[in-house]
Design a protein around this ligand. Structure first.
Ligand SMILES: Cc1ncc(C[n+]2csc(CCOP(=O)(O)OP(=O)(O)O)c2C)c(N)n1
Length: 391
């Protein structure tokens, strides 16, 4: 390895880091500012006004997530991956970025899209199930947009790690001050792509933050079955990548850690691996039944760690928020969403070809060929009683 000094002269037992931690043991402790009851454990690195903004953002996202699953008997859409419980991880990390930074989400990062300012309309156009066509929209839910610098994710878990390295390498070659934030789950770290991507990120020293939300499950498989390593984050060490663990249900900690790392990545062209410890309170997707693989008691324990409980209690204690304000806020968001879906349902549907747009400035020959193929296939398919049946 060309630069072994980053972890200090004592080897990996001494790991001085950006947050004053020195030993491996200390570094494994998740960084936290707000405890589960909303008590500040130390001076906060953000102002109380910022805590209020973060709370409102999380509340907006939660309202969206619950609403979307409620508005249709099928769960609104043919398939949707809920994120309740992970709001602090998503909002804290996405709000730490600038508009020039790049985001690679997974199928679950709707809160990241919302924080980025993607209009709800854009999401609904892709998600909403039209009358008589319960599968419509399904193929559009993996969505990206050059305009928002959000890269369309792949359905295959884990493969975007290497894509992130490519984009980040491009940033470095251009000499730009940007960072790529790649989202991945604990399950994705079992894939070879994760290791290949991290390996190249370490070698090329690219401005990328790999943000792993350890929500404890890859569908039904617990994280303990994914890895024998004490933490996911410390896997970065093997690739010469500095790594951090953060309480993923503490939005203040997530925001502080990711904004510090993103700035360092932009200015010094270095990658980081972050493990945000959180929990998916809902099902894996709207077609999953989590009771088959986890107990109600376990979910109840994690309910007590709900990221919104912390910020709500912190703000109420300071007289900056009340239950009434929260109720009014949620009602307002719900009525905005209701109005939006009414509008979207009156709009013409997106053409399936949109999945092939928004990647290249000009479509390549390969894209044009795929589009032609897609049109041909769709032309020969009829939707009947919820199944796609070739005619
Ligand atoms: C290569 C690949 N294998 C399996 C699947 C099926 N699959 C979809 S989501 C998922 C779980 C991924 O878990 P994780 O990375 O922890 O993310 P989470 O869904 O918990 O956010 C699996 C196995 C897939 N999409 N791609």
């Amino acid at each position: 390895m060309s630069d072994p000094d980053w972890w200090g002269p004592q080897g990996p037992q001494e790991v001085p880091d950006l947050f004053g931690r020195r030993s491996l043991r200390e570094k494994r402790e998740p960084i936290r500012f707000l405890d589960p009851t909303g008590r500040a454990l130390t001076d906060l690195p953000v102002s109380d006004r910022e805590v209020l903004e973060l709370h409102k953002l999380m509340l907006y996202c939660r309202t969206f997530d619950r609403w979307i699953q409620r508005v249709h008997p099928l769960g609104a859409f043919s398939r949707y991956a809920p994120f309740e419980g992970q709001e602090a991880s998503m909002v804290g990390s996405a709000s730490a970025l600038s508009d020039l930074d790049w985001i690679i989400p997974t199928y679950r990062e709707y809160a990241v899209f919302l924080v980025r300012g993607v209009p709800v309309r854009e999401l609904l156009l892709r998600l909403v199930v039209r009358k008589g066509d319960p599968l419509k929209g399904h193929e559009l839910t993996l969505y990206g947009s050059r305009r928002y610098r959000i890269v369309m994710p792949a359905g295959a878990v884990g493969i975007m790690t290497s894509v992130a390295v490519g984009i980040a390498w491009g940033i470095k070659k251009r000499g730009a001050r940007e960072v790529v934030m790649t989202y991945l789950g604990d399950g994705a770290t079992s894939k070879g792509d994760f290791h290949e991507g991290l390996n190249m990120a370490g070698v090329l020293r690219v401005p990328a933050v790999f943000f792993c939300q350890n929500n404890r499950y890859a569908i039904s498989l617990r994280v303990e079955r994914q890895t024998a390593s004490p933490t996911i984050a410390e896997k970065g060490m093997a690739y010469g990548i500095d790594w951090y663990r953060v309480d993923g249900n503490d939005v203040v900690a997530v925001r502080h850690v990711t904004s510090t790392l993103a700035e360092r990545a932009r200015s010094e062209y270095v990658p980081f691996l972050v493990e945000a410890l959180t929990y998916r309170l809902g099902p894996h997707t709207t077609v999953d039944n989590p009771r088959v693989y986890r107990s109600d008691e376990e979910v109840m324990e994690w309910r007590a760690q709900d990221p919104l409980i912390r910020t709500r209690a912190y703000l109420k204690e300071r007289g900056m928020w009340s239950d009434d304000e929260e109720r009014v806020y949620v009602e307002r968001v719900e009525s905005e969403l209701n109005a939006e879906i009414e509008r979207v349902l009156k709009e013409p549907e997106l053409e399936p070809e949109v999945i092939l747009e928004d990647v290249y400035s000009y479509p390549t020959r390969e894209v044009l060929r795929s589009m032609e193929e897609l049109r041909k296939q769709l032309g020969g398919i009829r939707v009947s009683e919820g199944h796609r049946t070739p005619t």
